[in-house]
Design a protein around this ligand. Structure first.
Ligand code: 13P
Length: 258
């Protein structure tokens, strides 16, 4: 399936639906996005859209997107083993079988509520690469670390731990999503370009030349998206709430295209 390449450096605009949407809602959103892209192909020019539904909707969304879709499809999590006695888990090959091309790894909600650690993110990144899928590695610091000025060191340690031992070629297939924990969700405060300058510069300095792209996520909306995309070193946006509504996602594509 075609994907944007590191050399073309597309602007990434994607959403995880987290634990939201029925199959009917998944169909409605996906059909709406496809109709928009068919009507307005300029919204795909230099832009790499992606969607990460809950596992229940993966095959449904894949069927609607088709095999050579301009919209990449991902899973919100996958286990590091290929198969076995891991009740409640889904493996990378199973996610791929259901149509996933990306695997989201280490979102702060999984680190906080489901015991994700730097070591499990490392295992999942390796499993994803082993099966030729794209890891979307999420990193981000808690508010107290941000307030103490430790954001850059904290997120660099998260990335270093997750990519430990990877050869350069494999590093080049990884997408990083910087999502400060304090900026995510209903209680989140949107990060300002000033908040992001140091951590993004630090990510760029150590990993910018080797990873595929660095995305920002956390309370992205249609008012702040253009300013966030203008920050040097930000290659795209990873969006929750704003992009769950078709209009919001469409508007974000327009902003990225502008
Ligand atoms: P919100 O955009 O809803 O803050 O969520 C961001 C996020 O966690 C994307 O993974």
């Amino acid at each position: 399936m075609p994907e944007g390449t590191a050399t073309s450096r597309p602007v990434w605009i994607g959403t995880s639906w987290k634990m939201n949407k029925t199959l009917a809602e998944a169909r409605e959103w996906t059909a709406g996005v496809l109709a928009t892209l068919a009507e307005r192909p300029e919204l795909m020019s230099g832009i790499q859209p992606f969607v990460i539904p809950p596992l229940t909707a993966l095959t449904t969304v894949r069927e609607l997107l088709g095999e050579n879709s301009p919209v990449l499809l991902g899973a919100q999590n996958a286990h590091w083993e290929d198969a076995g006695a891991w009740t409640g888990e889904v493996s990378v090959p199973q996610a791929a079988d259901a149509g996933a091309q990306l695997i989201e790894i280490g979102h702060s909600e999984r680190r906080e509520h489901f015991g994700e650690t730097v070591e499990t993110t490392r295992l999942k990144v390796a499993a994803t690469l082993r099966h030729d899928l794209t890891p979307l590695l999420c990193i981000g610091e808690p508010l107290e670390v941000h307030d103490a000025g430790g954001s850059a060191g904290f997120i660099l340690d998260q990335v270093r731990g997750a990519v430990d031992g990877l050869p350069e070629e494999q590093l080049g297939r990884i997408l990083l999503a910087y999502e400060p924990i304090w900026a995510i969700g209903e209680q989140g405060r949107p990060a300002t370009p000033a908040d992001l300058a140091d951590p993004v510069a630090a990510l760029q300095a150590e990993f910018g030349a080797s990873v595929r792209a660095v995305l920002y996520g956390g309370s992205v909306n249609t008012d702040n998206a253009a300013d966030l995309l203008a920050i040097p070193g930000i290659d795209g946006l990873f969006v929750g709430r704003t992009a769950w509504e078709l209009d919001g996602f469409r508007r974000l594509l327009e902003i990225a295209a502008a």
